[in-house]
Every structure is written in C-alpha cells, then in structure tokens.
Write a protein that binds this ligand. Structure first.
Ligand code: PLP
Length: 491
C-alpha cells in the first residue's frame, strides 16, 4: 500500500494498536467467559440454524448466574423494585403494605424521588445505615458504622476499587496480592490489569480445599524475594472450590495478617450459601472483633457482599457493598474521592441491596411467602450440592470434594497420558481439550480448571450446581458417561 493518501499526506496507521495499547490489558484473562463460552454461543447459533448435533440445547454450567439457569426471582424483591421503577404501582392494591413501605422509603431517599437520579457516590445514606444494621445483627451486635460502608456495582467493582488503592511501588517494592489457587479469576485479572504482582497460595485439595497458614507463610516468604506483599485475599465460602472455612482457620488467618502486616480482603458474597452439616459461615469482621482489641483495633479489613448470589441470584442488578475496618482516615478520604469519580453505583442495585439487608420481618405481611421462597432456593441448592458430590464420586477418574458452600464443584479429573499428548498436539491445555470435547459431544459448557489455577500436573473443571435438580442430575450423568468414554478412547 502507498505510504501517502490521495492528498499526498503521509498515510497514518491506527493510533491504538496491539503494540501501543495498555500492555497490562493483554495479560488479563477471564476463563469464566473465555474461549469455551464463545464456542458454546456459536454452537447455540448453529442449533438455531438447524444444525444436527447429538444434543438439542447447550447447558451453560460455566457461570454462577442463577436466573440464567432458571431460578425465579423472589417475589418481594421484585415487587418493591417494580414500585421503585414505576411509582404509579404504589396505588395498586395487588402489592402488600410492607412492600409499598419499603418502596416509598427508598424513593424518598432518592434525588427527585426517582431511582433514575444519581445518588451519593458512597451510596444512598439510609441504605448504608440498613447495611450497617444488617452487619450488626449478623455479627451478634458488633458495631458497624455506616461511614465505613461503600455501596458498589456488584462486589466486583468494590474489589477492584480496593485493589486499585493498594497498588504502588516498582520492582521489588511493587504491591504483591496474595490470592488462593484455585481462585476466582476476577482477582488474577484485576491484578494483571493494575500491574500488581500475583502471589499464589494453594488450597489443600486433600483436606477439602482448606487453607493452611503454613502454606500462606511459604507463599509470602517466596514472594518477598521479588515484591512487597501487602494484601491477603480470602474467598469464603469458596469459589471455585466450595469450601467453608472453620472459625479456627479464620482466626489463624487474621493472626497471620497481623504478624505479617497484610491488609485483609474477605470476599463473602456466598455467606448464605452454606450446605454441609457442621459448617457455618463466620464473617471475618465478627471473628476479628471476638479476638479482642489487640486485633480489632489494628488489623485492616475490607469485606464484600453482593446481591448476585445467596438466595437472590440477582446478578444483573449489580448491587453490592464493602465494609472497611481500621482503614487510615487519610486513605479513606482518598477512597471516597476515587468512588466519587465514578458518580455512583446503579440505584436499582442499591434498592435491591436494601431489601436484602432489610428483608420482611415476622410481623409483616410478606414475611411468610418471602421465607418460603428463600428457603426453597437454599434447600434446593443444598440438595443439589449433595447430589453432585455423590454422582461424581461414583465415577472412576473423578474425585469430588463435598460442596460445603457457594455454588460450584471443582472435581479433579484423571486424564490418560494419550489425551494429554493429543491436547498438546492441538495446542490446548489438557483440561481445555477435555471441556471442549464435552461441549461438542454433550452440549455441556464447563470451565477448565486451568482458568482458576491448579497444582501442576492436576486437572479439574468447574461446574455450577445451579441448573434445576432434574436437569442437573441428567448433566451429571452425561458428564460421568463422557468421562468414561473419553478415558477409554485415550487408553
Ligand atoms: C467469589 C466472588 N466474588 C465476587 C464475585 C462478583 O460478584 P458480583 O456479581 O457481585 O460482582 C463473584 C461472582 O461470581 C464471585 O464468585
């Protein structure tokens, strides 16, 4: 091509090219919506266009999106939101009194009494107060200050915002962020985007994905050779591994954070998703305060919650909050400034969060139906968690830890050496090769374990337990049959 255009001026290439763009973005990976999902979407299109496949629909068990998997919204939440969005409905007798009161209260707190107005950047004040009351109640009366609550665009936004605040230094002084392996890839993606250093600590698969402080110590020591670890991230209940941490373990982690001078980030978006007998959710905030002032007045903590998970599954509203504890007031002022640049989290998401933290009370008309719907969702998840473990553990070559909490299983799969060689030949990591074959043959979309991190030489996949029970049972049996076929083919 000529170096000049028709006017004779030098022809310029694109300003933004792969060479000139932000190099950190090129390092970002997010397996949950990665190559396998793109192929799944294509297959769906092929099916719509009449292609003949061994299946008639693609089941997307790759992402923790409850409503996409058929979960019905909780009536009370949607009634209030409907009235917030269209206040004319406040006159409608079909809506219960308590739902109307909630909607009215939210609207009164909105600019111009409309959820279409911007809110304060930290979130609507009365909702932050409700969040504080919720936390106090959840944690047995330990005080929570609404000034320390930041409403957010889902938990993701708050997590990234906080990480952003924490990244500094160059070379050996660059911030290191400790994350579990396997991990939820938001963390590795945000770390890559911000140019921080990922410090991986491994969960113990043989002990039901538990967290061992000796492993934290090993990872920290090794990392101090090349960066400055400042942050320790914990996901409890765990994604993708579904473990629920014991109180003792949380105490050990807090002690470790204090000894080593680490800021704690506790991702607690699955706090209501606890299924296994003997397991209980303990918030980091509560344990921190129960450990006494030596810890509760010093250890810096941010904890995160969301409207996307638990019994609500309202991912699309993008509601969430973070609570900060012991943050330096000067840094907190910087955080307030940082969130103000983005104006505010979505107000419908804030309204939804308000209902989650302030649900119907026993003396209110919506209480019994609300509790019935909430319990039905959580009971069904508990049943599906047990079913998943039971079915997978019957298959030679699949081992599956109990799904104690959250919404996922992360079973280990044994792959024959010939399958590993074949994957390499095709330029794929072995578990991606496995998942792609499963998608092509059975129409089931999972995420390869390599997208979350796993110990060298081990292979896994992540699957949600969200499909309705009857469908999930079919999916589990199809995966089991596929695994045996695959193993035979490559043996
Ligand atoms: C552990 C964990 N943290 C955060 C998020 C993000 O949730 P949100 O939809 O609130 O941004 C997810 C979503 O799956 C998650 O699993």
């Amino acid at each position: 091509m000529s170096q000049t255009d028709v006017t004779g001026a030098p022809r310029r290439g694109k300003v933004l090219t792969l060479d000139t763009m932000n190099p950190n973005i090129k390092q970002v990976e997010y397996a949950v919506r990665g190559a396998i999902v793109q192929r799944a979407v294509k297959i769906e299109k092929e099916l719509r266009e009449g292609a003949k496949k061994p299946f008639t629909e693609v089941i997307k068990a790759n992402i923790g999106d409850a409503h996409a998997m058929g979960q019905k919204p909780i009536t009370f939440l949607r009634q209030v939101l409907a009235m917030c969005a269209y206040p004319e409905l406040l006159k409608d007798d079909a809506f219960p009194k308590d739902a109307k009161q909630r909607a009215q209260r939210i609207l009164e707190a909105c600019g111009g009494h409309s959820i279409g107005a911007y809110s304060a950047s930290q979130g609507i004040e009365c909702i932050r107060q409700d969040v504080s009351r919720f936390i106090e109640k959840r944690d047995g009366g330990i005080p929570s200050n609404p000034d320390n609550i930041f409403l957010s665009t889902g938990a993701s936004d708050a997590i990234v915002t906080l990480l952003k605040l924490m990244v500094s230094g160059e070379g050996r002084t660059r911030t290191g962020v400790m994350i579990s392996i396997p991990q939820y890839p938001l963390y590795s993606a945000a770390i890559a985007d911000l140019g921080a250093v990922q410090v991986s600590y491994y969960l113990d698969e043989d002990k039901c994905w538990s967290l061992d402080v000796a492993e934290l110590r090993r990872a920290l020591r090794a990392a101090r050779e090349h960066c400055h670890p400042r942050v320790l991230c914990i996901i409890n209940p765990g994604n993708p591994t579904g473990q629920v941490q014991s109180r003792q373990c949380i105490e050990d982690v807090i002690r470790f954070a204090k000894e080593e001078g680490l800021f704690l980030m506790a991702d607690e978006v699955y706090q209501d998703n606890v299924y296994a007998e003997g397991c209980k959710f303990h918030s980091f905030k509560k344990v921190l305060f129960e450990m006494g002032p030596e810890y509760s007045s010093t250890v810096e903590l941010a904890s995160f919650h969301s409207t996307s998970k638990c019994y609500m599954g309202e991912c699309g509203f993008r509601g969430g909050y973070m609570e900060i504890v012991n943050m330096d007031p000067a840094v907190k002022a910087q955080l307030v400034k940082l969130v103000s640049v983005r104006l505010c989290p979505p107000v419908p998401g804030q309204a939804l969060l308000d209902l989650v933290v302030n649900p119907p009370q026993p003396d209110e008309p919506s209480y019994s139906s609300f509790m019935k719907e909430r319990t039905a969702v959580l009971d069904a998840l508990a049943k599906k968690a047990r079913m998943t473990e039971q079915i997978f553990n019957k298959v030679p070559g699949i081992t599956c830890n109990p799904v104690q909490g959250a919404m996922y299983t992360f079973p280990r799969i044994t792959l024959p050496p010939k399958a590993i060689d074949k994957a390499k030949e095709e330029g794929q990591v072995p578990d991606m090769f496995y998942c792609m074959r499963l998608l092509e043959e059975e129409g089931i979309c999972l995420v390869p374990g390599s997208g979350f991190g796993q110990r060298e030489g081990t292979f896994h996949f992540r699957m949600t337990i969200l499909p309705p029970a009857e469908k999930l049972e079919i999916v589990l049996h199809k995966i089991s049959a596929f695994h045996q076929r695959f193993t035979k083919e490559f043996s």
